[in-house]
Design a protein around this ligand. Structure first.
Ligand code: COA
Length: 263
């Protein structure tokens, strides 16, 4: 598939995907969702790609939401399909067995916030703004916003944000735990890529295990989550990486991780 609405770049072992519809503040129309899904599949299939970074084109928006110009012509069934499509693509990101970092360079509203929340963590520019403004359109979030926001910031705050449509700034998002770090706008991408490249040199197997155990465990009870952790911990010791990590530490050298399962 040739991409028309996104840019797909590779830097070292990091895939940088940029939603590229700056004239409509990178709003997600069905074609863009389709391309995003394809980009995620590419990253999944290519062993040389270790980390995915998602950002938005231009200096104004990450993604300003689902494309509202599509809404007036949608009947309920089409709206349901559209929401399902968005959810499928975002679950694809969440289930990608590689870390995904959202690099939020401006507005992350509606589907934009939902997209960012489907990533493993969010780095934001000081200028970023977050919100679920669907209530102002007479609807509710449809790409998982009610669920992921409640899990990230708690039920009451999520309900307040979804019910008022209030926009919050990066400092507030950081305080809520929605955002992991905030950077000046000029250095956000550079700092995000620096972290992504450093993570690309770590054990791919261990990264995958952390993602799976946190994501599966957080929705389970503590004992189930800890059981997942104990099994993943044991499984890591089947890898060359676990041996290499410990030996490198003891030999006072930098580890060379391969990410393979071979004992
Ligand atoms: N869908 C489609 N187009 C969108 C869009 C969206 N979600 N968000 C912005 N745009 C378009 C605007 O229609 C405008 O297009 P135009 O230049 O052809 O008129 C262009 O992007 C620039 O947006 P504009 O509203 O002029 O910029 P602004 O700086 O005044 O406001 C926002 C920025 C983000 C506050 C405002 O665009 C907004 O509220 N967008 C909708 C957010 C939303 O409700 N998202 C949830 C959708 S479910």
């Amino acid at each position: 598939m040739a991409f028309e609405n996104i840019l797909f770049d590779v830097q070292d072992q990091v895939a940088l995907v940029t939603i590229n519809r700056p004239k409509s503040l990178n709003a997600l129309n069905p074609a863009t969702l389709e391309e995003l899904g394809e980009a995620v599949r590419r990253v999944r299939q290519d062993d040389a790609l270790r980390i995915l970074v998602l950002t938005g084109a231009g200096d104004k928006a990450f993604v300003a939401g689902a494309d509202i110009s599509e809404f007036p012509k949608m009947n309920p069934l089409q709206a349901r399909l559209f929401a399902q499509k968005g959810q499928d693509v975002f679950f694809g990101l969440e289930d990608l067995p590689k870390p995904v970092i959202a690099c939020v360079n401006g507005f992350a509203l509606g589907g934009g916030l939902e997209l960012a929340m489907s990533c493993d963590f969010i780095y934001a520019s000081e200028k970023a703004k977050f919100g679920q403004p669907e209530i102002n359109l007479g609807i509710l979030p449809g790409f998982g916003g009610t669920q992921r926001l409640a899990r990230l910031v708690g039920r009451a705050k999520a309900k307040e944000l979804c019910m008022t449509g209030e926009m919050i700034d990066a400092a507030t998002a950081l305080q809520l735990g929605l955002v992991a770090k905030v950077f000046p706008a000029e250095t956000l991408l550079e700092e995000t890529l620096k972290v992504a490249k450093a993570m690309a040199a770590k054990s791919a197997l261990a990264l995958r295990a952390i993602k799976a155990v946190v994501d599966r465990g957080v929705d389970a009870d503590l004992k189930t989550g800890c059981t997942l952790e104990v099994e993943a911990f044991g499984l890591c010791f089947a890898s060359e990486d676990a041996r290499e990590g410990a030996l490198a530490f003891l030999e006072k050298r930098k580890p060379q991780f391969k990410g393979s399962f071979t004992a």
